[in-house]
Design a protein around this ligand. Structure first.
Ligand code: AMP
Length: 289
């Protein structure tokens, strides 16, 4: 596995690789790898000749009150895991290479899809995400890029950006990867105390409950379902609900009636840790363990 730090070197590697006739799949990450990231790498490996994993804790997608400086970083662990997955290149740009001191004047903004859910709670977050992903796409020039459904709003936003800007990149989605007890894997889970980790299971419990209501009891009223989910999550004083929403998977529009495209989207704070989860209620599984 090659470790590349400079964008110009990364671009040169990609150019050489394409000239050799090889396809490239990119997996953008912020590191501190867990099994969720590794599954994305395996999906990338199964779909292209070469895999590039970028690891960049992107400062501009964090708000001023958010956890940029504390965000978990574990370079040696990440390098070893990426190597084990037979990733071809680990791309580790320095912040100064992505955002020079004089600043950048260009931002990529995807309207509409970013106005609700996490976009409403984290002003500027998606602008930071789309700008950095656009830069990564231009540097790496992948044929395909793999994103996780754990961040399903992010995935919808990136797909829209690629469509709107005519990038010849196929976006692939990997289902949510969960711990055995259902907690969605996240680099932020390491912030949770044992008690908080137990409370965090209310997210998966409410997804399981919602599926039961929809599939077994034939529920189709969003407000009724959301009220029950709110009750399940609201049981613990240490869990503060940021949003509980039912939206359609493509346009992220709030739904009154549950249908085949419905996604239950959840964001809570457990103690000081922000966790998100979601479920496409009609997909075959509620994430893979
Ligand atoms: P992050 O490093 O948290 O920015 O995540 C990098 C990529 O991994 C994003 O596309 C995430 O959606 C994806 N990802 C993170 N956690 C999971 C998970 N539990 N299941 C599936 N994909 C995930």
């Amino acid at each position: 596995m090659q470790i590349i730090r400079l964008p110009v070197e990364m671009a040169a590697w990609s150019q050489k690789t394409v000239i050799k006739g090889h396809s490239i799949a990119l997996v953008p990450t912020m590191g501190c790898f867990h099994e969720g990231h590794l599954r994305l790498m395996r999906m990338a490996k199964s779909t292209a000749d070469c895999v590039v994993v970028s690891l960049f804790v992107n400062p501009v997608q964090f708000g001023p009150q958010e956890d940029f400086s504390e965000y978990p970083r574990n370079f040696n662990h990440d390098t070893a895991l990426a190597q084990k997955e037979k990733v071809d290149v680990l791309f580790l740009p320095e912040a100064a290479a992505m955002y020079p001191e004089q600043g950048i004047c260009t931002k990529v903004i995807v309207a509409e899809l970013t106005s609700g859910l996490c976009g409403a709670k984290r002003p500027g977050h998606f602008e930071g995400v789309t700008t950095v992903v656009a830069k990564l796409f231009n540097i790496v020039r992948p044929h395909k890029a793999v994103f996780g459904l754990k961040d399903f709003q992010q995935l919808a936003v990136i797909k829209q950006m690629v469509y709107d800007l005519n990038w010849p990149i196929t976006i692939l989605a990997h289902p949510v990867v969960r711990e055995d007890d259902g907690l969605a894997m996240s680099s932020r889970n390491i912030y949770l105390s044992p008690a908080e980790r137990a409370y965090a299971l209310c997210l998966f419990k409410s997804i399981t409950h919602a599926r039961h209501r929809v599939h077994e009891d034939g529920f189709n009223d969003a407000a009724l379902l959301l009220a029950e989910v709110r009750q399940i999550i609201g049981i613990h004083d240490d869990v503060v609900i940021e949003y509980i929403s039912l939206v359609d998977r493509n346009r992220l529009v709030v739904q009154k009636k549950i249908d085949i495209d419905s996604v239950l989207a959840l964001a809570v704070k457990v103690g000081s840790t922000r966790l998100i989860d979601n479920d496409m209620l009609f997909a075959e599984n509620k994430g893979v363990p």
